[in-house]
Write a protein that binds this ligand. Structure first.
Ligand code: TXA
Ligand code: MG
Length: 304
């Protein structure tokens, strides 16, 4: 895609219709929210979510925030206890993200949560994002709409400068209201924990342990509880082999060697590997280009 292939449409009926059409086709769209611009994909579609990582050039998979219309839609995806409901009633729609237990069987692509059993959810207040949520009827995964390592975008022009040519559409809603990412609070047992300070002050302080959980790498990251061997061309005794391309394995990330498909399948297959009777896991070589960089990052950390 060349830069002129990225359309910028002012927020309005035409822009939302086009954005909804793209989302339904498994594409990604940059949308204004009240915090920062987000890069949205259908959270139920793993390949669409993989496109977010492809466009951002993110070298690793972090769990993403899922945007919903309201508490009722959140309840289809996550377990909402009385504390969570009280916070949501008070602050939604608005810049508060709740990390909650993922509902069993929720139709959310495993790549959205990076394989975790918890999920970050918020109901945004920006009318453009609300219109798109209504038009698609889907939960929308959306991290900030910037290339990896660049600062978060608070104007459509920032998105264009960073992702122009890599995404089909930017909906321009003018400068964002807060200019700062949402507050993130985890309600996954025990007292609420502040994972990321933001526009909403709940009087909580970021704990040292929580600080590394978000946007950090440690506790929030799923890794299978079995030894894992990389660059395996064949299974050794006691190994369950995860294939790719010409190496079929016990299951494959992508038989055709498609990295988008592999990224979309990664966490489901790792859970499958973990549940298999074999005591260890082997993984076929994955090319270290494009989405392969993030796939290999996760596999290396699972192997460590
Ligand atoms: O304001 C915002 O929240 C913006 C706009 C676009 O809505 N979105 C945003 O999303 O900042 P993102 O994906 O860039 O931020 C995700 C943050 C990461 O720091 C991630 O570690 C944390 O949320 N997170 C997501 N799911 C989590 C989980 N299950 N457990 C702990 N942290 C989680
Ligand atoms: Mg971000």
């Amino acid at each position: 895609m060349s830069a002129q292939n990225t359309r910028v449409l002012p927020y309005g009926a035409e822009a939302i219709a086009e954005a909804a059409r793209l989302i339904a086709a498994g594409q990604i769209v940059a949308m204004p929210t009240e915090t920062v611009y987000g890069l949205a994909a259908d959270a139920t579609d793993g390949e669409a979510v993989a496109r977010i990582y492809e466009a951002k050039g993110r070298p690793r998979f972090n769990p993403l925030i899922v945007h919903v219309r309201d508490v009722a839609q959140a309840g289809e995806i996550a377990l909402i206890d009385a504390d969570a409901e009280a916070l949501a009633e008070r602050h939604w729609p608005g810049p508060l993200t709740l990390v909650l237990p993922l509902r069993e069987g929720a139709p959310i692509a495993a790549l959205v949560t990076a394989g975790l059993r918890t999920i970050a959810i918020r109901a945004p207040s920006h009318p453009a994002m609300r219109d798109l949520l209504a038009a698609t009827g889907k939960p929308l995964a959306a991290p900030s709409a910037n290339a990896s390592g660049r600062i978060s975008p608070t104007r459509a022009s920032h998105v264009l400068a960073s992702l122009g040519g890599r995404i089909p559409l930017i909906v321009d809603g003018g400068p964002t209201e807060h200019g700062l990412e949402s507050t993130i609070v985890a309600l996954t047992g025990g007292p609420p924990r502040l994972l990321r300070p933001g526009p909403i002050d709940l009087g909580l302080r970021v704990e040292d342990s929580a600080a590394i959980e978000s946007p950090g790498q440690l506790r929030s990251h799923y890794a299978p509880a079995k030894p894992l061997r990389l660059d395996a061309v064949a299974a050794r005794p006691g190994e369950w082999l995860l294939g790719f391309g010409a190496i079929p394995g016990d299951a494959t990330l992508s038989a055709s060697g498609d990295l988008l498909e592999a990224a979309a399948n990664l966490f489901e297959r790792l859970h499958e590997a973990e549940a298999a009777p074999e005591p260890s896991i082997a993984v076929a070589p994955i090319p270290d280009t494009g989405l392969g960089v993030a796939i290999n990052d996760r596999l290396r950390r699972a192997a460590a």
